[in-house]
Design a protein around this ligand. Structure first.
Ligand code: MG
Length: 300
């Protein structure tokens, strides 16, 4: 039986009591960056310390890319192309339809990016990503080197290559997602690595009228236990966040609605499957999935 914690009665409408938590794969080192391909009914996800990207579809799991440059977060652009955050090269890349790779960003004002962590594509085609130093603080998820830039959140215009800081120098910006109407962007701050009391919470930033920049943010929610690494919005604007004990569902007002307990630390998640109602969960060394009674915001 799947274990839920119900904090607010409305959570009962969002989950399915008879849906089992399924283990789709295990034996990985540390999973991250799931992205759903509705056209091929395929999930790609990163096994970061193993330096590879995996591919799941009904029937099995295979290796999508060996020597992935320690890829972490993924998204798809408006043409369906795969956008990747690479720790190893400190870059944002796009996989073209012919299989070649285009580097979209690797530096800002002449300095190398740190280790892009997670990425989301807005409906105008702009690419928003976080750039904490987690992938250059250790050799485990990339390679040690000195950070040249603060831990910023960037907006990239892929056609012109214009790169702008939208939020400067957060304490470890990590996952990010837009609200369904794209008036808000939620950003997980997971703090400074190795600090005894890191700053860890989800912040919400309202977009300005230009759709390219944000107002000053405010704390939206603090996940406990653990912290929010990756997060996604559902069609009602609820935020589904990774946590130390599973997946937490948070209302648009920032209130905990309930938890799906998985008995492991969850790093990231995404909606996929039929009607985007299946939640794919990267839980440490395992890939899990569970059907819900909500739907993720459909990729444009
Ligand atoms: Mg992350």
């Amino acid at each position: 039986m799947t274990l839920y914690t119900v904090a607010e009665p409305e959570f009962l409408r969002l989950v399915l009591p008879n849906a089992e938590m399924e283990v789709l794969g295990e034996g990985f080192r540390w999973l991250e960056g799931p992205v759903w391909f509705a056209d091929t009914k395929t999930l790609l996800f990163s096994d970061i310390p193993n330096n590879r990207v995996m591919r799941w579809c009904e029937g099995g799991i295979s290796v999508f890319s060996v020597r992935s440059d320690f890829a972490n977060g993924h998204a798809r652009d408006l043409q369906g192309r795969l956008i990747s955050c690479l720790h190893g090269t400190g870059s944002i890349t796009r996989r073209e339809l012919n299989g070649s790779t285009t580097v979209l960003a690797e530096s800002y004002e002449g300095k190398r990016l740190n280790s892009p962590n997670d990425v989301v594509v807005k409906s105008d085609g702009s690419i928003w990503f976080t750039d904490p130093p987690y992938g250059i603080n250790t050799d485990y998820e990339g390679g040690k080197r000195v950070a040249e830039l603060p831990a910023n959140v960037y907006r990239l215009e892929p056609v012109s290559g214009k790169l702008d800081v939208v939020v400067g120098d957060l304490s470890g910006p990590n996952g990010l997602c837009f609200s369904p109407d794209e008036r808000l962007i939620y950003i997980s701050e997971s703090g400074l690595q190795f600090e005894p009391y890191p700053v860890q919470h989800i912040k919400a930033f309202e977009l300005k009228g230009d759709d390219k920049s944000v107002q000053s943010g405010k704390v939206f929610h603090k996940v406990e236990p653990g912290f929010s690494d990756g997060l996604k919005a559902d069609e009602s604007g609820n935020i589904w966040s990774s946590a130390g004990d599973g997946v937490h569902c948070i209302s648009p007002q920032g209130k905990l609605l309930g938890k799906i307990l998985v008995g492991a630390t969850v790093s990231n998640l995404t909606f996929g499957g039929r009607n985007h109602s299946r939640l794919f969960i990267c839980a440490g060394t395992k890939l899990l999935a569970i059907y819900t009674n909500t739907r993720g915001v459909v990729w444009p």
